[in-house]
Design a protein around this ligand. Structure first.
Ligand SMILES: N[C@@H](CCC(=O)N[C@@H](CS)C(=O)NCC(=O)O)C(=O)O
Length: 326
């Protein structure tokens, strides 16, 4: 685990000393936008036209942020238009690596870097910007024409996937409908801070206070969501929106990883009847289950975070992700 400084790789763990033991996530730096060809403005340096075959998505199957983009690639029927490949689940002294290993092959997503044959993800960042300083994160949306990173921010990438390719695919499903945007934004903010990032703040905290400051609001939000799902099928009404998919990728990792590894252990998702059923329903939505790779998920966290789990022993359980009898 490390970061780039002026284009050079440095192997170092998150610095929580300056922040009283708190994990503070840094902002993504590549924030360009894919737009439908009819909306493309060549004078706008942020614009990239949505064209078939032009873009490549680098993901980790372990990563909840990258997982969002894989789900949208499926939901929006973009498989034939956007190529994809994944990193090795172990993120070690060189950060994300493209090493291929048979036991981590995935039937849905090829491993490695088919574009450049790079060894490490940081080489993709320095191709885009030889002087890049910052963390080397996935997902990465790469433009094969101009050889640069369009975006390394999952929240933006799923919004682009939601609409930019609609004319090409004919898929008009809308996970961010105009009339629901304010409500989606509100729930996203709370879930991002206390759940999506909350599990990391809890797990990466290096003081008791910082841990407790993260774990209490995390469970307050889970309790609140449990109640909300008593009377409605999805977070914002009766249809799934991006808010549900953003939550899904954290919930599916919760019992296998965050409960134990990140000490988020007041309750499991399986203990919440509504969240359990909701998670199962989302998992069983067309083509979503095949984006979930529990081997990568468990191997990544338990093996890569050696400050949290120095033995690198990966637990066997849990046996089941949901209970269907509740
Ligand atoms: N805000 C980014 C966060 C992505 C992110 O933090 N990804 C993690 C993997 S789960 C990563 O690559 N971490 C490497 C690091 O922090 O050095 C997004 O949502 O796309």
């Amino acid at each position: 685990m490390g970061l780039l400084i002026d284009g050079k790789w440095h192997d170092q763990w998150y610095d929580t000393k300056a922040t009283n033991g708190k994990f503070v996530r840094s902002q993504s730096q590549f924030r360009n936008w894919l737009v439908a060809p009819k909306d493309y403005d060549a004078d706008n340096s942020k614009h990239f036209p949505a064209e078939s075959g032009r873009y490549h998505l680098y993901v980790s199957l372990a990563c909840p942020w990258a997982h969002r983009t894989l789900i949208f690639r499926q939901l929006k029927e973009l498989e034939a238009h956007i190529s994809v490949s994944c990193v090795h689940p172990h993120m070690l002294e060189n950060g994300w690596q493209f090493k291929q290993e048979e036991r981590f092959d995935d039937a849905q997503v090829p491993t490695g870097d088919p574009l450049f044959g790079s060894d490490f993800a940081h080489q993709i960042y320095t191709k885009a910007d030889p002087k890049y300083s910052g963390r080397v994160t996935v997902p990465i949306l790469w433009d094969k024409h101009t050889n640069t990173i369009v975006s390394n921010e999952s929240a933006d990438i799923i919004r682009m996937f939601n609409s930019a390719f609609n004319d090409l695919t004919g898929n008009q499903d809308d996970y961010y409908p105009e009339e629901k945007r304010a409500e989606i934004d509100d729930i996203n903010d709370r879930i991002y801070d206390t759940v999506n990032n909350g599990v990391y703040k809890s797990g990466f905290a290096t003081t008791q206070e910082a841990y407790e400051e993260a774990v209490a609001p995390l469970f307050e939000t889970l309790d609140f969501l449990e109640q909300r799902l008593e009377t409605q099928a999805y977070l914002v009404g009766e249809q799934a929106t991006e808010a549900d998919w953003r939550l899904f990728t954290t919930l599916i990792r919760f019992d296998p990883v965050y409960f134990g590894h990140f000490k988020c252990n007041l309750r499991r998702i399986i203990d919440y009847p509504n969240l359990n059923a909701y998670l199962e329903g989302l998992y069983n939505t067309a083509n979503v289950a095949k984006t979930v790779n529990l081997t990568h998920i468990k191997q990544h966290y338990y093996y890569s975070h050696d400050t949290i789990n120095p033995t690198r022993v990966v637990p066997k359980g849990p046996d089941t992700l949901f209970r269907s009898d509740m």
